[in-house]
Design a binder for this molecule. Structure first.
Ligand code: DX5
Ligand code: ZN
Length: 220
């Protein structure tokens, strides 16, 4: 079984104090920092780009798990590699024509490739990306429509996680959207090992408790 990774989504942090917020999450036991990159074409929201990753990288050695909700992910590979991103997860809906080239370029820039899918996209679409010679290291199953934090977890997405886990016992399977103490069991029992959580962690009086509770549930 792949190791548990708890990844607070910095989208719920105070962006005016990003470095401090990142360190606070690491001190609370976070394994990764989840960075939500949105262009307003792929989703109806706009967040941060490579310059912010570059600034944050000067303050931390942490694994920066970048989730690119953008229309042209290929255009972002070079700048994100230079900025110091650790993981580069693109959406299959934005890369149906060029995912093979994209994976190669992400690896060539020293980042870990990942693929994400929206709730409406069937899981079978990502199998070729997990199995190819140039394969992704992680599949991110969206459990809300991408675009905003604080939405409700979609339990019906757990079928996708179960199918993936059955096929790929050691793959990193990440879930993102509406995860917290009340939904972690569904995700963990389906086989997710990487847990993104924004509002449940940042909104908690003791984020460390939420992080450790989720880690315990994943580790079973
Ligand atoms: C949504 C983002 C998520 C989001 C999660 O498009 O990909 O990472 O910030 O936030 P919560 O945990 O509040 O649903
Ligand atoms: Zn995300």
């Amino acid at each position: 079984m792949a190791a548990a990774k708890i990844a607070p989504s910095m989208l719920s942090s105070d962006f005016s104090n990003l470095a401090t917020e990142a360190q606070r999450m690491l001190d609370c036991g976070a394994d990764w920092l989840h960075m939500d990159i949105m262009c307003s074409h792929f989703v109806p929201n706009l967040t941060i780009g490579a310059p912010v990753i570059e600034s944050l990288r000067k303050h931390t050695k942490a694994y920066l798990d970048c989730h690119l909700m953008v229309t042209n992910p290929l255009d972002y590979v070079e700048p994100f590699g230079k900025a110091g991103a650790s993981g580069f997860t693109f959406h299959i809906e934005a890369a149906r024509e060029n995912w093979n080239e994209l994976i190669q370029k992400i690896k060539a820039k020293g980042m870990k490739p990942g693929v994400s899918l929206k709730p409406g996209t069937p899981i079978e679409e990502v199998y070729p990306l997990v199995e190819g010679e140039n394969h992704v290291d992680l599949v991110l199953v969206m459990t809300v429509e991408p675009g905003f934090g604080g939405q409700k977890f979609m339990p019906e997405m757990m079928d996708k996680v179960r199918k993936l886990r059955q096929k790929y016992p050691s793959l990193d399977i990440e879930v993102d959207g509406g995860l917290g103490p009340s939904t972690i069991d569904a995700a963990a029992s389906a086989g997710a090992n990487c847990i993104v959580a924004g509002s449940s962690v940042f909104g908690a009086p003791e984020p460390a408790q939420v992080i450790s509770l989720m880690r315990n549930r994943v580790e079973g």
